[in-house]
Design a protein around this ligand. Structure first.
Ligand SMILES: Cc1cc2nc3c(=O)[nH]c(=O)nc-3n(C[C@H](O)[C@H](O)[C@H](O)COP(=O)(O)O)c2cc1C
Length: 165
């Protein structure tokens, strides 16, 4: 199995999960920043990890997903919002709706600690963006428990991918 792992990360949370995917996925793995706009051609699985900005995938990932040629895809996201919040769930659904010609074999949402200066600034806004109330719960994430959960979801995705062949 040949896998391409593409990530965007400003403060390191999404990169941490991308590295876990790189270590965990069986086969030959290639990891690239989304800024390199890697070509998905020739890979059995493409994994795209993004962070949420203004309720959607960060701009670099958004553009990459928009232009992505049809492939087998695993998506993951980090965000300040709680994992089960409508904000985080809608953002993942929004990302999926951008790649309808690809087959999404799995997806994973994870809280990611928010940059403290940015959080202090956004906490002063009135009204606050909906995710800000969850941001205290993001401190220390992604952690070992998140990575263990990611591995479980990835295992299922790999099994699904194999069943498609
Ligand atoms: C400019 C900026 C905008 C953000 N917007 C959102 C948002 O709309 N929703 C959300 O849940 N988290 C938001 N966050 C929190 C980040 O998505 C979260 O901390 C993420 O884990 C950062 O990933 P990174 O460390 O890979 O850069 C924002 C953070 C920054 C710095």
């Amino acid at each position: 199995m040949k896998n391409l792992i593409v990530y965007s990360s400003k403060s390191g949370n999404t990169r941490k999960l991308a590295e876990a995917v790189y270590d965990f996925l069986p086969g030959e793995n290639v990891m690239k920043s989304v800024e390199e706009k890697p070509d998905p051609e020739g890979y059995d699985l493409v994994v795209v990890g993004f962070w949420l900005q203004a309720g959607t995938a960060d701009p670099g990932s958004y553009e990459y997903l928009e232009k992505l040629a049809p492939t087998k895809l695993f998506l993951f996201a980090t965000h300040g919002a709680a994992v089960d919040s409508p904000h985080a769930q809608n953002a993942m659904e929004g990302a999926k709706s951008m790649v309808t010609s690809s087959q999404v074999v799995g997806a994973f949402n994870c809280q990611g600690e928010v940059n403290k200066e940015f959080l202090a600034k956004v906490q002063k806004k009135d009204p606050q963006p909906p995710w800000v109330k969850d941001a205290d719960g993001a401190v220390g994430h992604p952690d070992a428990h998140d990575i263990a959960n990611l591995q479980i979801i990835l295992e299922k995705a790999v099994a699904k991918l194999r069943s498609l062949k």
